[in-house]
Structures are given as C-alpha cells and as structure tokens.
Design a protein around this ligand. Sequence first.
Ligand SMILES: N[C@@H](CCC[C@H](N)C(=O)O)C(=O)O
Length: 289
Amino acid sequence: MTTLRFTKGHGTENDFVLLFDEGGQTPVTPDRVRFLCDRRAGLGADGVIRAVRAGALDAGAGFAPDTWFMDYWNADGTTSEMCGNGVRVFARFLEREAGVDLAQGLAIGTRAGERTVTSLGGGRYSVGMGAWSLDDEVAVVSAAGLTPPRPAQPVDVGNPHHVVALASEAELADLDLHRAPEVSPRPPEGSNVEFAVALGHDEVDGELRGRVRMRVHERGVGETRSCGTGACAVALAVRSWAGPGAPDVWDIEVPGGEVTVRVEDGRTVLEGPAELIADGDVVLPAAIA
Ligand SMILES: N[C@@H](CCC[C@H](N)C(=O)O)C(=O)O
C-alpha cells in the first residue's frame, strides 16, 4: 500500500494539494495529479504543488541546488510555468514544514524563473511576479453565454493569458464557463482566459486604486474561484485600456475573495491571503502506487 502525506490549502479559494518532498523522493506523475485533484474519487483540488529542492528535479536546473522549488501541476496532469495563488500557499507551507523565515523575502524557483515571496503577517503574502508583456496582436474569444465574441488582450506574466473586457456585472454573471472559451487564433500552448469588468477607481490614503471584478477559465483546470497570475494579467490589460494616468494599484475581486496587484518598474507584485486547512494521508490506487 502506498500512502502520501498531504496538506490541503487555498489562496482565495484556488485550492491545492501540497506535498513536502525536500529530496525529490516522491515522484509526481500526471496520473497521480489527476487522482489527487479528482473531487469525487480523490481529494479534490485545482492543482498539486510539491515543495522540493531545485537540485532534485530537472526543472530546477537553472537554480542553486538548495533553492526551494514550487513544482506546480494543473488538475489535468499538465505542468504550468507559474501559479500566483500557489506561490503564496507554497510560502505558508514552507514556513510551517521547513521553518523558513519569509519576513525579509525568499527567492524561490518556478518553471517561469525566480519569484520572491514575502510574509506580510496575518497569513498574507506578497509575491514579486516578474516581468510581463502585452502582445500587440489582439485575439478574439468566444464563450457560452457571451454574444457576440469579443476582442481579447494576450498577456504574458510567465504563463499565458487572454483578457476580455465585459460591459457589465450582469454580462460577467451570465457567462457559462463549464465549457472552455475558444481563443482565435488558437495559442499553441493553450491559454488561461479572464473576463473582467472595470468598477472604477478612487483615491485611498493618497494612492489611486482601481477596482475590477473578474472570472477565469484556467488552462488545464476549468473555471476556478481565483487565479493570481490571471489577476495580474487583468490589472495589466485594464490599466493599458485606461491609458495615461491609470492607477498602478488594482484591487481585483474574484469569486473566492480579493487580491491586490501593484505595477512597479515593469513588474507586478501580487498580494493576498494563503490558508492551510487540513493534513492527512491518502492511499494511492494500486494502478498509480
Ligand atoms: N491558478 C494559478 C494559475 C495556474 C496555472 C494555469 N492554470 C496555467 O496553466 O497556466 C494562479 O493563481 O496563477
């Protein structure tokens, strides 16, 4: 019988199964990920995150071997370059499992490169999300419940996104994301698709802050309650649509809560909560043990 020790956690209800595997002795395979993420036959999650030293896996090759690496997998058994909510939950997991001090910030490894995560106290974390780019070639997105198809801004924040502007909260609520939206031209590596409604901006304590509500269909998962990289993509797209004088700070409402995105020196910083909610052992089915 093969059992795995796991922790369940989430960041604004984007939920993960976490595995602590410092030396890389617990192979994560697509079958194991699909089983762990299955909400009926398994534990249920949007993805699996393994905490492993960079020296213990091929994807960690560009980092010092003792760097902590976030080995992130989508629920369908594919890997992704980055997960913004995942980094915060990974950070809270590392604090608890490895006694890592994050008050001054810690550089971790991801498939998108190095990211720095800092504990803000009270279960909140900020993540330096790295460089971003907006593509000049606008795409078109069709989705169930949305007529007609809409233009979409491609955004790269380490992983791929397409952001669609909607006119009202009613239009956002009417979307049916049980089926994957179609992006044209079709991105060869697939894409996460965000739908966003700008809710205006205000000066708060001398700082201009924008507010947006969004929903997301994640590549390799489906509709999720939140997406950290998606929130960054939305902030960047809405800021660019707003033009000169737009806020650099955006509060992003997602179905599972709220995160904040700051645009600083060509980079974004994502801030939000992380929760660890359960620990246990799971018995792997014989076929994947
Ligand atoms: N939920 C994540 C993004 C996870 C990866 C994504 N599905 C992809 O395939 O790129 C986040 O919080 O950023």
